[in-house]
Ligand binder design. Structure first.
Ligand SMILES: Cc1ncc(COP(=O)(O)O)c(C=O)c1O
Length: 439
């Protein structure tokens, strides 16, 4: 491995990164284990964000490492179209055992973005198969993040992600987001205020004509857009309105699935069942890229039983159900079960909540939001501009051996589910110091 001084940083165009700034002050990680990364200059960094909301079982879990190593040596790849391998079926069955009842048909992709595209395409194919080919519109939500492909960006609601990429898909509308600091600042868990915001869906459907709308797609808890927790009653009402108008409901659970909220899916925790769930990240604890989409049996059966061609769905990826990813997925689900990591996440929730909310009253902090093991600290601009404050807090934490994530004017946290109370304390102590030191 080349040392940092000898590394050519020019050729790699980094994703979602201030490339020029990074390359003038690189932060390089070289190994990882459990709750920590090691840097190229020998420091140990506490990972407060599970990689990117994904290493839920902790880094380099030996059981997952072993499963991957064995699979690579045994069979590197199995042809994905008109051929398969046993682990793909086994993993689908294991995932379906965790999904809400009825959502038991599993389609594989490689990334969250692909899961979103798959969900959107299947929603269209479902309606077309039923003779409702005019149902082509989608409704997303402001501040939503659904990956970076054209479908996901179109239904997404984060302005810079949409800005440079032309008109995007036609026939898209957006629900308003549900964050209103005047009514819900420093709520712990689900805010009491805001359930009525779901009524906006009824208004949008009346405007668009529900007979032209295929699906509503939302993250049950907004992740990248700043950990915006659904107000009490909101998701229930969205479900009710979608059912009333024969519009499919897609929960994008790329972040919230696999224990982040103390249950396998947010749908389980909130007891609201969508028609389609997208998942990725925690599915393999990020060891190997993989995503999946769980479809209601009825959606699957409609398409497969009424197809006019032997191939029922003209969609899929070379690496759908890749054997190494399936091996990683199976081992990851074993780890979650054997180590009761979803329960552990649930048990740690109040420790995490109390620690996070102890930052209330700190310099420029205007809101703190949390649920499960995900949280955000939101800054205002009563000192330096909040969009400068957040990256400075990030850098201070990194310099003091804690990796947090900043975006716009907030910091997000999503520690691996194996975190201990002492890790949570270190994260919040470092953040406290950072927030009071930055100016
Ligand atoms: C809710 C949600 N959907 C989709 C995606 C896209 O996933 P990927 O980056 O794997 O394409 C993400 C990524 O963070 C996400 O948070």
């Amino acid at each position: 491995m080349k040392s940092q001084e000898n590394l050519n940083l020019e050729n790699y165009w980094m994703p979602f990164t201030a490339n020029k700034a990074f390359k003038s002050n690189p932060r390089l990680l070289v190994s990882s284990k459990g709750m920590h990364y090691q840097t190229d200059d020998g420091r140990e960094i506490l990972d407060a964000i599970a990689g990117l909301w994904c290493t839920n079982a902790g880094h380099c879990h030996p059981k997952i490492v072993d499963a991957v190593q064995r699979q690579v040596a045994e069979m590197d790849y199995a042809t994905a179209f008109n051929m398969s391998h046993p682990k793909a079926f086994e993993l689908a069955e294991r995932i379906a055992a965790h999904t809400p009842e009825g959502l038991d048909r599993i389609f594989y992709g490689n990334s969250g973005s692909e899961a979103v595209e798959t969900a959107m395409k299947v929603a269209l194919a479902y309606h077309a198969s039923k003779g409702d080919a005019q149902k082509t519109k989608f409704i997303g939500r402001e501040k939503g993040y659904h990956g970076v492909n054209f479908g996901g960006v179109s239904v997404g609601g984060i302005t810079p992600n949409r800005k440079s990429f032309g008109p995007l898909l036609p026939g898209i509308d957006h629900l308003p987001h549900t964050w209103d600091p005047n009514h819900m600042a420093f709520s712990k868990g689900q805010p009491e205020w805001g359930g009525h915001l779901a009524d906006e869906l009824e208004k949008i459907l009346m405007l668009q004509d529900p007979s032209t709308v295929a699906a509503v797609i939302i993250e049950p808890v907004v992740g990248s857009g700043g950990v915006i927790v659904p107000p009490k009653g909101y998701l229930e009402k969205i479900r009710e309105i979608c059912t009333k108008h024969n519009v499919l409901l897609i929960f994008d659970e790329v972040i919230t699935a696999f224990g982040r909220l103390g249950s396998c899916f947010a749908a389980n925790r909130f007891e609201v069942t969508p028609d389609i769930i997208t998942m990725a990240k925690g599915l393999t604890s990020a060891m190997i890229p993989m995503s999946a989409v769980a479809f209601d049996t009825q959606i699957h059966d409609q398409i497969t039983q009424h197809s006019e061609t032997p191939i029922e769905l003209f969609h899929g990826y070379t690496y759908s159900g890749h054997p190494v990813a399936c091996a990683a997925g199976l081992a990851t689900l074993d780890v979650y079960e054997e180590e009761s990591l979803f329960d552990r996440s649930k048990e740690l929730e109040t420790v995490f909540e109390d620690a996070l909310h102890s930052l209330k009253g700190s310099n420029q902090v205007i809101d703190i939001r949390n649920i499960g093991l995900m949280g955000a600290i939101h800054f205002g601009s009563d000192g330096i501009p909040a969009t400068e404050f957040a990256p400075k807090v990030f850098q201070y934490c990194y310099d003091n051996d804690v990796l947090v994530r900043f975006s716009a004017d907030y910091i997000v946290l999503s520690p691996p589910l194996i975190a201990e109370t002492s890790h949570i304390e270190k994260i919040t102590d470092t953040l406290k110091e950072a927030i009071s030191s930055v100016s």
